[in-house]
Design a protein around this ligand. Structure first.
Ligand SMILES: [Zn+2]
Length: 486
């Protein structure tokens, strides 16, 4: 049996979940569900990043110990994933003692390999992003990532010899063309690595809510190093059967702002520790909201729970995936959700299933015929798009089939037919609907299950996406989607 291991980034507990988090996690869920429908042994990991200065400060403000504080808010993430119908296999928390132990062990391995040394760090630090920047990287003296004030820091620190891995990384990228995905983003990383790598600071002395640095009691592990290790601590590196089974990960799905950490620092750490790197790091784009960048000052972070309550889980999942190719940037607007809900989900998909079930219920007699609509289904293309992590075009291709099925109805005009001719058209429509229930399931699990239920069947697998004999008895239920009227 093929294994398939996919991860989201672990989300920072101090941030309020917004559509950026929702998008990454929904996309990962869609991909994981597709692979499950292919009969693969899937492991889908998500979780929370819980250490660092911001959490320490927030906990203090709330009059709580950091651990108490994070225990209280981690539930917000679990709740939202439940609302979005995210079926993860494991939820990792970086404050778990098993994770802390793994971070410590990896650092010892890297040190044994001679890749850690003590020195002084001088530079600029953004508290909000927990990122160090050099003088050159600052934009107008401010953080290049978020635009906030940065503070000058000089402290004793331990460095990881990232510079040592420059050639090895370039060689690895050349041999593993899919590692830097999507392809158009790979150039930027390769150019920066070719320009030369600086060793990176991996410890701090001022932040205490962190993993203790195993080589020196006065230091703590830099939160980013700690966070990256979640991908192997969750599967019990080094001796756990899960690690042996699932590693290397097939896809680390991330947002492009953390691409450097995942595409450069992480594989270099793994090389040093003698662990194989993941097969692919896929960096997706950013969302704007109504044409504007999401920011604290505009207070335009969209709450996914409000969207789900207003438009339904499936309409929200569908809209996010249908709005932009996974690698590109895109714009989020409620207007777009309403338009997709009314014009695509209600008018194309919902209406199709409703018409097919109405006709099938009225028909008395055996439904049988010759496959004709199968010509319009390109399951090989859809699957290869999904294998390429192209959820956007795969969903478009599924809707090509849905549209073709609607067109088949208007061409055949089944309301004018009877007997064997009508039976033949119904056979094609029911088989198409059965296959549609499977194809939409990873994107809209509730909808896929509802269609299957009304057809009197269970949701099948990707292998079941071929026309065969129709044997079940339909029972029309409630409409799949309701038009949203403002
Ligand atoms: Zn910043």
């Amino acid at each position: 049996m093929n294994k398939f291991y996919i991860t989201t980034p672990i989300y920072y507990v101090n941030d309020k979940p917004h559509i950026g988090h929702a998008y990454t996690t929904i996309a990962a869920d869609v991909i994981a569900r597709w692979h499950r429908l292919k009969g693969e042994d899937v492991f889908f990991l998500t979780g929370t990043d819980e250490h660092g200065e911001k959490v320490e400060t927030s906990a203090k403000k709330a009059g709580k110990l950091p651990k108490e504080f994070v225990d209280n808010i981690v539930g917000a993430y679990k709740y939202i994933w439940e609302k979005l119908n995210i079926k993860y296999d494991y939820f990792i928390r970086t404050s778990d003692s098993s994770h802390v132990k793994v971070v410590s062990e990896i650092i010892k391995k890297i040190a044994e390999n001679g890749d850690i040394y003590k020195g002084y760090y001088e530079g600029w630090y953004c508290v909000s992003d927990e990122s160090f920047w050099t003088e050159l990287q600052l934009v107008d003296g401010k953080c290049p990532s978020c635009g906030r004030e940065v503070k000058k820091v000089k402290e004793e620190t331990y460095f990881f010899k990232l510079s040592k891995y420059q050639n090895k990384l370039i060689d690895f990228y050349n041999k593993n063309q899919k590692f830097l995905s999507p392809n158009f983003r790979s150039k930027e990383i390769i150019n920066r690595v070719n320009d030369g790598l600086k060793d990176v600071s991996i410890t701090r002395t001022t932040v205490k809510w962190a993993v203790p640095f195993p080589l020196d009691g006065s230091h703590y592990v830099y939160v980013w190093v700690d966070a990256l290790c979640n991908y192997i601590s969750a599967i019990n590196w080094p001796h756990g059967p899960e690690f042996k089974e699932y590693w290397p990960a097939d896809i680390h799905l991330i947002g492009k702002e953390i691409n450097w950490f995942h595409s450069v620092i992480w594989p270099a750490m793994l090389f040093s520790a003698g662990i194989e790197p993941p097969k692919m790091v896929f960096a997706h784009g950013w969302w704007t909201v109504d044409g504007k960048k999401m920011s604290k000052s505009l207070d335009n972070f969209v709450d996914p729970i409000l969207m789900v309550d207003k438009y339904s889980t499936d309409a929200f999942r569908y809209s996010l995936i249908r709005e932009m190719p996974l690698g590109d940037d895109g714009d989020f607007s409620e207007k777009a959700i309403v338009s997709r809900l009314n014009n695509e989900l209600v008018a194309e998909l919902g209406n199709l299933i409703n018409r097919v079930l109405t006709m099938a219920e009225r028909f008395e007699g055996k439904i049988e015929g010759e496959a004709e609509l199968d010509q319009k289904l390109n399951i090989g293309k859809i699957d290869s798009l999904m294998e390429d992590v192209d959820t956007f075009n795969a969903l478009n291709e599924i809707f090509v089939f849905i549209k073709a099925t609607n067109k088949y109805i208007s061409e055949k005009e089944p309301w004018r037919l009877q007997g064997r001719e009508l039976s033949n058209v119904l056979y094609n429509l029911l088989e198409a609907s059965r296959i549609i229930s499977i194809l939409v399931y990873p994107f809209m699990p509730n909808t896929g299950a509802k269609i299957a239920n009304q057809l009197g069947i269970e949701v099948g697998t990707i292998d079941d996406c071929t026309f065969r004999e129709w044997t079940s008895k339909v029972k029309k239920g409630e409409l799949l989607f309701k038009k949203f009227i403002q």
